[in-house]
Structure formats: C-alpha cells, structure tokens
Write a protein that binds this ligand. Structure first.
Ligand code: F6R
Length: 612
C-alpha cells in the first residue's frame, strides 16, 4: 500500500526521503514522488512511475531543501502514471501526500472545479491539496488550514502537507490510516510506518484517530480531533534496523521462511511455563473474559484468515467453544447476529488492514456485550489500539509481501489461545496440556527438519515451470493449510491454484484433473488418513502429476508420476498444520524463482492493505 515519509532537518532532506521510501518498498507500490521546499521557498517536486530507483535517478540538484514530503503510491483512483503520483501540488502553494481514500472526492471535485480549481490528475488526493489551498486563503497558518480542510473529507486518510506560505512546518494528520512521528537529533519526521525511519530514530509518537500535528525542526505540537492540544506518549521502538535487511539471503521471503524456528521460539517465550500455557499472556483480565466466553467469531483477511480457519478446528476440538470465521471484507458489510458473550478475534500481521479494523469497529458499535482480542504482529497498530486484549506474534518484521513467518506464529498463538480457553472451561486436563506444551517446545526443531527438504522441493519446483494451474488437497485443518499453499503459489508465481477438501473433489473439481494440472496433497497420519488415501487414488487414476507431503508414518502407496516427500513423523493435531506449511512455502518460493517473478514485491499486491 501507499507509503509516506517526510521530515524537517538542518541539511538537505532529499536523500533521507529517498532512503525512507526504499524502506517502504516492501509495502507494495507502483509509483513514487517527493517534494521539498527549497531555500528560495519554492516547492520542487519530482515523480516517477515504477520503482523508487526511477525516482532517485530523476532527482536533479535543484531538488534540495531542508523540509520535504515523499510518497510511494499503490494505485486506487487513476492509473499508476507520473501525473497521478504524489505529492500533489495546488498553485505552487500547497504540497500534499496522502494514504487512504477520500470517499466523497467526486462531490468535492465538482465543488472545487466550480471554484476555479484545475485538476491535473485522476486521483482522489488532489481534492486535499485544493481543499487546504482554499482554506489557507482565510487562515494564517498551514495548521489552521489543515484543521479546517479535514472537516470536508470523508473516508480514510494519513496526510502530510507543506506550504511556502508557512515554511518550516509540516502538518500531519490521520484518520483511518496510520501515521507516526519520529523524533531525533537530526530533526523531526513523519512516516506511515516506523520502518521508514528506523535508521534515523527509535523514538516515535503514534498519532491517534483525528490527531493533527504541527511539526517543526525542534517542536511537535499535537491537537486531537476536537482541536484540543494534547500530549501523546513517546515510545521507544524495539525494532532494529538490521531486522529489515536481507542479510545472507536472496529474498526477504526466503529469509523469513528460514527464520521460522526462531520466530516461533520468540512467540512461545514467556507464554508457556512448566507444562502450562500462561493465560495472563493474553492480558490481565483474559481469564475472566475467557471463562465468560460462549461463542467465538474470528475475522481476518488472506493468510491471516487461513490461520483463523485452522484455529476454528482447534477451538472447537480443544476448547469446545462454537467458533465462526469469516473474511473481514464480507463480514463488515452484512448484518451478522452477534451473540452476547462472544469473543471477537481479529488476526492480522500488520494490524492496519482496513477491512479487519472496520469490521471490529462496527461490531463494537453493534453489541457492547462482546470482548475483543487481536492476534497481531505489530505492537503499535490500529488493531491493537482498538482491541481489549492483544496477543503479539513475535515474528519480527515481515517484509516479503507473501506472508510466511507471520502465518506460522499466528498458528502458534491461536493454538496457545485454544489451550488457554479450553482450560478456563475445564476442557483440557493437566495431562493433555503437558502433551500439547511438549509439542510446542518441539516445534522449532521440527520446522528446522522440514526445512531440510529444500533440495527435494527444488527438484519438484522445476516441473512447474510451464504449468498454469495446480490443485492443493487436504482434509480437516489441512484443508486450511492447502488454502494457504494455494494462496502462496498464486501470489508469487502467478500460477492459478485452488485448494479443496480432498473429499469434495469428486463433487465437481475432479473434472479439472489432467496431466498438466499438478495436484499437491498433504497427508498427515491422522484419523482421516485412510479417507485421504482413497481420494489420492481417485486423482491418480485420472493421470495427474502428484506431489504428496506425508508424515513418515503415513505410508502413502507410491504410484507412477507421484512424488512422496516425508516431512517428519508423529505430528499431533497442533504441530501438523504448522509443520506441513513449511514445504508448501518452499515449493511456492522455488517455483517463483524459476519463473523469475518479483518474489518480495509481486505484481499488484501490497503488504499492508489499508484501503477497502
Ligand atoms: C498473503 C498476504 C495477505 C495478507 C492479508 C491480511 O501472503 O500477505 O493475504 O495476509 O492482506 O493482512 P494482515 O495480516 O496484515 O491483516
């Protein structure tokens, strides 16, 4: 999604802006731009379609000033062209960058055109530049103009604005889109994501909904949505700048796949002790909330949704609580029946996914007698702020657009949750809990062992070079893992992939099977293994190429055109979905490498989807 960086320093800001934009590249974007206020008090802008490096190559020596704002744009309104790239400028007097969507932009555009404003782009953002410009006519300061203009905007925004009329000030505001302020000896900064500024500072202020900040070289003054001056806490980020580099790996995705043993260790740390899951790890009042929980509703998107699908099996199986799950973008636009004593769980890597966040807000308005928990990888995010309980997945920064370690740490967190709630409902005996906790402790080594299959998987990946379709099969919770495998393949290799519960194949999709459609099956040694083996026979007899990832004890019968890869052995109902995810991630990664796609920033995708 779009990214914002801005700042005011004692030296030329341009290199810092470019560097910040590069750090935001992982979010996904298709054009970039920046504007600085020069020593002659002129707005100097440069924009480019495509990568930040194109922008960098277009910067001339005149683009030099101590104050500036910059942007990476992920197109929503208008194509990814130079004219639509941010910053947008009105009459050489106001420059703005914007994340989010102004929903009433058409109405505002008509009004502004009637006032004589000329539009040079197809974006919704341009109405912000004109709106601030109009307000500035009657205001002494840019701050006042922004305070006045934002009352016009409906939708979501994170905005940075500068003006020659009020040099030395950046005005930043947010509503529905994240924005942080970075404080340092070099000056003060803004960004849509703290990652952009980690090389400059670790000191951040996270703006709250509706806040407007007036930022100068040596001061930050914040006003809340009612215009009242407020103090916001300064937080010290624990993220390290090195955590966002590729190190010895070729791609972030590859690094993140191999980081999973450590990410899971970190997620388990301080959450289990002496054969027990610590309920208090979910929050000081979690025990009471869990004891009173009668229903669970999970809401998430994409990979996080797939994690929730697995959790439904665990929560019903282990905790015996009726659990529903739905994608957030659907849930938020219908009128669901929300029963009292529902625990509403959101799952999100970024904590900023607009659909998930808005669904949570809507639910909280509709029924006051529910509790909310977020399983999130970002401590200072909109979802953690909006939720009563937060459980952080300690995956560390995930930069590759295709989610990997966030998914497996979400699964670990949801498994811990299932045990914690199960115990609060007397559904989990001490003995059962000890067995499950032992499984948690084995996870890092089991994952390391699964990663050892990489060479075999590379050989298999080569057979996908010319394929256009693939089918993933699993049963029970493994269907959700098959869905995650199919999603990964689609995202980074652009091969069309579908996942089916293996027993459903004969009800239609089996018609798709031919020698050009590889079928990937997951075969843990569980109560559904025999049924799955019959399903595999049905597929094989239709002549497809098959890859089976099995538990060493599953003993799937070898057949012509079938590759069987044993992953490890005697996995339990919690460990199996987590471990079988690993070969699917590796398979997608190596297929993408062979196809030569942009693995870390696949086309059309964004890391953090902050628009609907
Ligand atoms: C898939 C992927 C996306 C995200 C989805 C939700 O690899 O990354 O499907 O899972 O956009 O994002 P979060 O988890 O940040 O809410």
């Amino acid at each position: 999604m779009c990214g914002i960086v801005g700042g005011i320093t004692k030296n030329n800001i341009t290199p810092l802006l470019v560097d910040g934009l590069k750090r935001l590249e992982y979010r996904g974007y298709d054009s970039a731009g920046l504007v600085v206020l020069t020593s002659k008090n002129i707005l100097q802008r440069v924009r480019a379609a495509g990568k930040v490096v194109n922008l960098e190559n277009s910067i001339s020596p005149e683009v030099n000033g101590m104050i500036g704002i910059a942007h990476t744009r992920w197109a929503t309104h208008g194509k990814p062209t130079i004219k639509n790239a941010h910053p947008h400028i009105c009459n050489n007097n106001v420059g703005v960058v914007h994340n989010g969507i102004i929903e009433n932009f058409l109405a505002l555009k008509t009004q502004q055109q009637a006032q004589g404003y000329h539009f040079t782009s197809d974006t919704d953002t341009e109405v912000i530049a004109h709106g601030i410009h109009q307000a500035l006519k009657n205001c002494d300061t840019l701050l006042q103009a922004v305070q006045q203009a934002v009352t016009l905007f409906q939708g979501a925004y994170g905005i940075g604005a500068i003006s020659p009329k009020n040099p030395g000030h950046i005005i930043a505001t947010r509503s529905g889109s994240p924005l942080v302020i970075g404080l340092s000896d070099k000056g003060n900064f803004i960004a849509s994501d703290q990652m952009a500024l980690l090389d400059i500072t670790k000191k951040f202020i996270f703006l709250e909904e509706g806040d407007i900040a007036d930022i100068t070289l040596d001061s930050v003054t914040i006003f809340d949505k009612n215009g009242k001056q407020v103090e916001r806490e300064i937080k010290i980020s624990k993220l390290k700048s090195g955590q966002v580099s590729k190190g010895e790996y070729t791609h972030y995705m590859q690094k993140e796949i191999f980081e999973q043993p450590q990410a899971i260790r970190d997620t388990l740390e301080s959450r289990i002790s002496k054969n027990k899951v610590l309920t208090s790890a979910f929050g000081h009042n979690a025990k009471t909330i869990f004891q009173n929980t009668e229903h669970i509703q999970i809401i998430a998107c994409g990979t996080s949704y797939n994690a929730g699908l697995v959790a439904k099996y665990w929560l019903e199986d282990i905790a015996k609580i009726p659990t529903h799950i739905e994608v957030a973008s659907e849930y938020r636009y219908r009128n669901p029946i929300i029963l009292d004593n529902t625990l509403f769980i959101t799952i999100s890597q970024s904590g900023e996914t607009a659909d998930t966040l808005e669904a949570l807000k809507a639910v909280k308005k509709r029924n006051k007698n529910i509790h909310s928990l977020t399983i999130c990888n970002s401590a200072e995010s909109s979802l953690t702020r909006e939720s009563e309980l937060t459980f952080l997945t300690h995956a560390g920064p995930e930069i590759g657009v295709a989610s990997t370690k966030a998914f497996t740490t979400q699964l670990v967190s949801l498994a811990l949750l299932s045990v914690a709630i199960g115990r609060c409902h007397n559904q989990v005996s001490e003995q059962q809990e000890a067995v499950i906790v032992d499984g948690f402790n084995q996870l890092p080594n089991l994952i390391a062992k699964a990663l050892e299959q990489e060479d075999q998987i590379i050989k298999l990946a080569k057979t996908f070079k010319d394929k256009f379709n693939a089918l993933f099969l699993g049963r029970g919770a493994m269907h959700a893992i098959a869905m995650e495998g199919a999603l990964k393949l689609k995202e980074i290799s652009y091969i069309h992939a579908e996942a089916y519960p293996a027993g459903e194949l004969k009800h239609g999709p089996i018609a798709l099977i031919d020698k050009d459609t590889p079928v990937i099956a997951i075969a843990p040694n569980d109560e559904l293994l025999d049924k799955l083996k019959s399903n595999l026979q049905e597929v094989k007899s239709r002549g497809s190429q098959m890859i089976v990832f099995e538990d060493e004890t599953s003993n799937v019968m070898p057949m012509d055109g079938m590759d069987i890869i044993p992953i490890t052995h005697n996995l339990g109902r919690i460990t199996a979905p987590i471990i079988f995810t690993i070969p699917l991630q590796l398979l997608s990664y190596h297929i993408a490498l062979i196809k030569g796609t942009d693995v870390d920033q696949p086309r059309n995708l964004a890391k953090s989807v902050t628009v609907e």
